[in-house]
Design a protein around this ligand. Structure first.
Ligand code: SF4
Length: 743
């Protein structure tokens, strides 16, 4: 199969582009790469189709027919079944009878099945169900549908365990053969697996792929590889296409490629692919299509690896710039079976479920990160380094277009870190257009997320944010260059929680030079954040040293050395740190994760921290009430003369009447503010009431914004009094508590 020649354009072959996501990414919603690319190709009138082979394999496998084949495969000669698997196979008729209704239920098309599933007299229960008892408390809060979803998820996980133990150890719902893709400095293990006959999952996948190629007859198949858990299946698809449709060209790109394959030099990879592109895919793909049409020379491609003879060459002769965010078009989900994605519920935690439950339209607000300084992050790579925001009006236009297209009003802004100023303007635009949406995104937990901004975001539909707290230690946060302090994070999460927005925190342990004491103190901060309900969910990652981070480039500046391993010929990203000053980080992983799991379920806050670890650890040095004190003493939001005043509730009503008091006649006004759950009335002098009504009308979001200094001038020219007095008054305080924001 190995070709010694350069890729040649096949100008004879016309046809569309087939965009593929290979097993496995997510079950609940499409990975955004193919809708993003398809949306862009639409702007150039290039016909394309897309498919999520990951979802399609799952749907085929988790069906009565799929389970019949699976159970037969598990019983093949020479396989010794575990007692759990034997029991499952004995109950096979129960699985065949229940699998389709369960899948329909998880696709939200048979909600009535919740009654049967939650009764615990319907599904066969394997080992995953034995861990359920302590979750009854959470189910009580979550309700029938969620309880059934969680039980149905356990049922699928039992089947998944059977697959892993007896059919295919590489299987996982959101990754496949991930171990082959992780830190694969050599291509040997992948090659070894790829030259073997296709396995059970491979056969399902290529059977589906065959139908796609017959239906769409593409000239180019572009495969997205966002994670190491998609790599093997992408290469397996490439192999099948080359063997069965040799005229169809194959390109690969995506997050995994962008971080891991930048120094690729093993020519064997090109037995499975013709082109591998780096960074944003739109422009390299356009270049490739030009080459395949015969209108562009090979050396004129953009950021594209090819094989020439037995050498890998990086072609990047094009002088053309990348596609501007503005010109990327609206993501296009057409062709994806949106109603067939599965809402699974692994953890009974309302924030955590956003990743696995329900469909979300995905959008990017900006390319890159507006901060771009964190020491562990890939700050030298284009996807972080090149910051380019979209205009708020364009983003909200795209949201409206996506609602028309998918019928869904939920948005996940998949930015690395959405900038507060841009979020503010988007929120105002959403409110101005009276658009009803819900959305969530990733942010930096930085101080610009004031109480007022969080309330504005909530008003515009924000339900959750995720952000990096990393190591909750002042010294390490400074080393990282995160630009936040623990106190600021506590204050910002307080603002979000007051506004009713959930927070997920990304946590890290094992940063260079981190001591045992700092790890325990960091855990104590996390415990207090959960206990005070400032954070609803979190995840601990162990620090990984990567080539494209500041720590990877200058390890000595962070007190570590890196093990010098010869550069690999395939993936090159992870480095091995030598941290002589820090503790043995890896031993903390299990205890940190166990404690977090309990905190996320609202449990074990009073457990002494040492109990989470099977070895002695120092007591925490963090004050027991540290977070509570930070919140109590949180600085009051101060605004500047240039801050903008906005009224976010409905326009109030004003009622005026005469009032007699001890023979004194005067006119008073009652300002009625209609909140969602109550009417708030504020009594004042009639003149002030009239002035305020006029002001509030001018502060509505669809008006030109007024600054604090402009309002000050209006007040002082109307009343001659000091504006400061008004700012200190109970009337102003009530306005601030209801609809008046200062941003
Ligand atoms: S870690 Fe997040 S905030 Fe920091 S530079 Fe990377 S993307 Fe930006």
């Amino acid at each position: 199969m190995e070709s010694e020649s350069l890729p040649i354009p096949n100008t004879e072959l016309s046809g569309p582009v087939l965009l593929l996501t290979t097993p496995f990414t997510q079950l609940n919603t499409p990975y955004p790469a193919t809708p993003f690319l398809k949306g862009f190709l639409n702007t150039r009138n290039i016909v394309s189709y897309q498919c999520d082979l990951g979802l399609e394999v799952i749907l085929e496998l988790f069906s009565a027919k799929g389970l019949t084949d699976l159970f037969k495969e598990a019983e093949r000669p020479g396989i010794k079944l575990s007692s759990e698997a034997t029991r499952m196979l004995q109950l096979r008729e129960c699985y065949f009878r229940t699998i389709d209704p369960v899948m329909n239920f998880l696709q939200n098309s048979s909600p009535e099945m919740a009654h049967a599933i939650a009764s615990r007299k319907f599904l066969p229960e394997g080992p995953r169900f034995s861990q359920l008892d302590h979750l009854e408390k959470s189910f009580g809060r979550l309700g029938l549908q969620d309880k059934a979803k969680h039980l149905a998820t356990c049922y699928l996980e039992d089947i998944s365990d059977l697959i892993k133990d007896h059919v295919d150890p590489f299987f996982g719902f959101s990754r496949y053969a991930e171990s082959l893709g992780r830190s694969a400095s050599s291509f040997d293990a992948l090659e070894d697996r790829l030259v073997r006959p296709p396995g059970f999952i491979d056969r399902i996948m290529t059977g589906l792929l065959e139908k796609k190629l017959e239906t769409y007859k593409p000239r180019l198949t572009a495969i997205s590889i966002p994670f190491p858990g998609n790599l093997y299946s992408a290469l397996r698809c490439g192999k099948w296409i080359k063997e069965n449709h040799p005229s169809v060209k194959i390109a690969m790109g995506g997050g995994f490629v962008n971080t891991e394959l930048r120094s690729l030099s093993d020519p064997r990879v090109f037995n499975y692919v013709d082109f591998i592109t780096l960074d944003d895919g739109e422009s390299p793909l356009l270049h490739l299509l030009g080459f395949l049409n015969g209108s562009r020379e090979l050396h004129d491609l953009q950021r594209t690896f090819i094989r020439s003879g037995n050498t890998v060459i990086f072609e990047n002769g094009s002088q053309e710039a990348d596609i501007n965010m503005r010109d990327k078009g609206v993501p296009d989900y057409s062709g994806l079976p949106l109603k067939q994605y599965l809402s699974v519920l692994e953890v009974a935690n309302p924030m955590h479920r956003l990743w696995s439950d329900g469909f979300w339209n995905k959008l990017m607000l900006a390319h890159g990160c507006y901060w771009g300084k964190c020491a562990f992050c890939d700050t030298v790579l284009d996807y972080i380094k090149r910051y380019e925001p979209c205009r708020p009006v364009e983003i909200v236009d795209r949201m409206e277009a996506l609602i028309r297209q998918t019928g869904c009003r939920g948005f996940h802004f998949v930015d690395e870190a959405a900038p507060p100023a841009l979020l503010k303007d988007i929120a105002l635009e959403i409110i101005r257009r009276h658009l009803t949406v819900v959305w969530w995104t990733n942010i930096r937990l930085e101080k610009r997320f004031t109480d007022d901004l969080c309330r504005l975001l909530k008003k515009s539909g924000c339900i959750a944010v995720s952000g990096g707290l990393e190591v909750a230690s002042p010294r390490i946060l400074k080393m990282i260059g995160k630009g936040v302090t623990v106190e600021q994070v506590a204050t910002v999460t307080y603002h979000f929680s007051r506004a009713g927005i959930m927070v997920h925190a990304y946590l890290m342990y094992g940063f260079p030079t981190q001591t045992e004491q700092e790890t325990i103190d960091s855990l104590e901060i996390v415990r207090q954040l959960f206990r005070n309900r400032l954070v609803q969910s979190a995840y601990w990652h162990q620090f990984a040293l990567t080539v494209h981070s500041r720590v990877g480039i200058h390890p000595e500046a962070f007190g570590i050395a890196k093990v010098d391993t010869p550069p690999g010929t395939f993936a090159n990203n992870d480095l091995i740190p030598v941290d002589r000053k820090g503790c043995r980080h890896e031993i903390f992983g299990e205890g940190l994760k166990r404690s977090l799991y309990n905190y996320m379920h609202g449990l074990c806050f009073d457990f002494p921290l040492r109990e989470w670890f099977g070895f002695p650890v120092p007591p925490t040095t963090v004050n027991h009430n540290f977070i509570r004190n930070v919140i109590r003493n949180a600085p009051v939001h101060e605004f500047s003369p240039d801050s903008r005043m906005i009224w976010i509730e409905a326009e109030p009503r004003l009622k005026c009447r005469a009032k007699n008091r001890k023979g004194e006649h005067r006119r008073i006004a009652i300002l009625q503010i209609l909140m969602l759950t109550a009417v708030v009335e504020i009594q004042m002098e009639e003149s002030l009431g009239n002035w305020l009504m006029a002001l509030i009308t001018d502060l509505l979001p669809d008006k030109m914004p007024l600054t604090v200094s402009a309002v000050r001038k209006r007040y002082e020219s109307a009343f001659g009094n000091s504006f400061e007095e008004f700012l200190q008054s109970g009337i102003f305080e009530k306005l601030r508590e209801t609809g008046l924001l200062i941003l």
